[in-house]
Design a protein around this ligand. Structure first.
Ligand code: AMP
Ligand code: MG
Length: 398
């Protein structure tokens, strides 16, 4: 049986993903989206020469030559001076207020002696003192978030300051989620003999929404060929279809034939991965289809390694890849039966800041109890033999 290496499987997925078309969204919906075009400033920043301090707008030359300046008024933030500042005069000004024309410096309140309507500089003030010049931070048209940039709080804040109301971003993918299995009970349903509670649709919805997708959850599909083919068809009008269960080789695994019947072309099946070996991946037109093994931990592992990064790429994040983070084994660990093995593990920062990975005692693709006791997985490559404590490993965080 030939199994695809994880890296090769990811490359094949990535080769099938192109960014979705762009759309324009209001700035308050832009966080986390990827800019589809350069997002530029609509204004100069500051938009006008303004005071950086509380004090007096002055002509700098006067502060060296005129013993006391006549205070002719007061400008608060938001005010506009009605007339230019005349020689020999000063005007009170607060932080952020526009400098009157004629003024070229601000005499700070702490550098002045005020006596009624006259103000005496304690020393000469240089041109530009305490002035923030128009455009000195950002020029109108300057790029604040280049195309391809994932918009963070920093970009959205800068764009809001720059007079921008909306931004072009890649569309979110529509993800349809199906679960197959006659044995599956709805969440919270009363237990029934021989049946188990279904969790994968919720898991996939949480993970896909966290990855930026819009998720449509379909009803559970019984293990029957016709019902499976029908459900698959209903799930194929989105950008991504994620089907849980039914991709192994058992007599009740109807997903692969259903997908093939509905014109979904297989790209690969089976990866050298535990949990997650039976992963199936294909496409119909631009729609990507993941057939995920039904065991809950297999679903999580395959999502982290393949589905999640694909969803990020669809949203324009061209560098998205399996989100490995460096970690260090706290205890020895070994791969299972020739497959790269994802072990549920506690992942806690050690004193030196490195993530210390302690695999849970129980390991198995069905062990949701072990999953609950973990922070994610550590990756033990096949062929590594037993890795001693202290080994550098990759981890995947939940
Ligand atoms: P399958 O991939 O359909 O062979 O399922 C593998 C194992 O995962 C079986 O024990 C199933 O009962 C279980 N399973 C399948 N689908 C789900 C699901 N949606 N939620 C939780 N467990 C599931
Ligand atoms: Mg099944």
């Amino acid at each position: 049986m030939s199994l695809l290496e994880i890296e090769e499987a990811w490359e094949r997925v990535a080769a099938c993903v192109a960014p979705l078309p762009a759309e324009t969204v209001a700035l308050d919906l832009a966080l986390g989206r990827v800019a589809a075009e350069d997002a530029v400033s609509a204004v100069d920043l500051p938009p006008f020469d303004r005071s950086a301090m509380d004090g007096f707008a002055v002509r700098a030359a006067d502060t060296a030559s005129v013993p006391a300046l006549q205070v002719v008024g007061e400008l608060a933030a938001g005010d506009v001076a009605p007339s230019p500042l005349l020689p020999g005069t000063a005007i009170g000004i607060t932080t952020g207020a526009a400098l009157p024309s004629g003024a070229d410096a601000v005499l700070r309140i702490e550098d002045a002696k005020v006596d009624g309507s006259r103000v005496t500089p304690l020393g000469p003030v240089a041109v530009g003192t305490a002035v923030r010049y128009r455009g000195e931070d950002v020029a109108r048209g300057a790029v604040l978030a280049p195309a391809g940039c994932a918009l963070g709080v920093q970009h959205v804040t800068a764009l809001a300051s720059a007079g921008v109301a909306s931004v072009a971003v890649y569309r979110r993918p529509a993800v349809h989620v199906l679960a197959t299995g006659t044995e599956l009970l709805e969440i919270g349903a009363p237990p029934e003999p021989g049946r188990i509670h279904e969790s994968n649709r919720l898991t996939l919805r949480m993970l896909a929404e966290r990855a930026g997708a819009e998720v449509v959850v379909h009803p559970v599909v019984p293990d029957e060929p016709a019902a499976t083919a029908e459900a698959v068809e209903a799930g194929l009008d989105g950008d991504v279809l994620a089907v849980s269960g039914g991709v192994s080789v058992g007599p009740h695994d109807h997903v692969k034939p259903a997908l093939q019947q509905r014109g979904v072309e297989e790209v690969f099946w089976r990866v050298r991965l535990k949990p997650g070996k039976p992963l199936w991946f294909g496409r119909r037109g631009a729609t990507l289809v993941f057939g995920l093994p039904g065991n809950p931990l297999s679903t999580v592992a395959c999502f982290l390694l393949f589905v999640g990064p694909a969803l990020r790429r669809l949203q324009g994040d061209a560098a998205a890849a399996p989100p490995y983070v460096p970690a260090r084994l706290a205890i020895p660990a070994r791969p299972a039966d020739g497959r790269t093995t994802l072990l549920t593990a506690r992942l806690e920062r050690g004193g030196d800041g490195v993530l210390e990975a302690t695999p849970t005692e129980g390991q198995g693709s069905h062990l949701t109890g072990a999953l609950a006791a973990s922070d994610g997985f550590v990756v033990v490559p096949h062929g590594a033999g037993e890795l001693p404590a202290g080994s550098a490993v990759d981890a995947l965080l939940l």
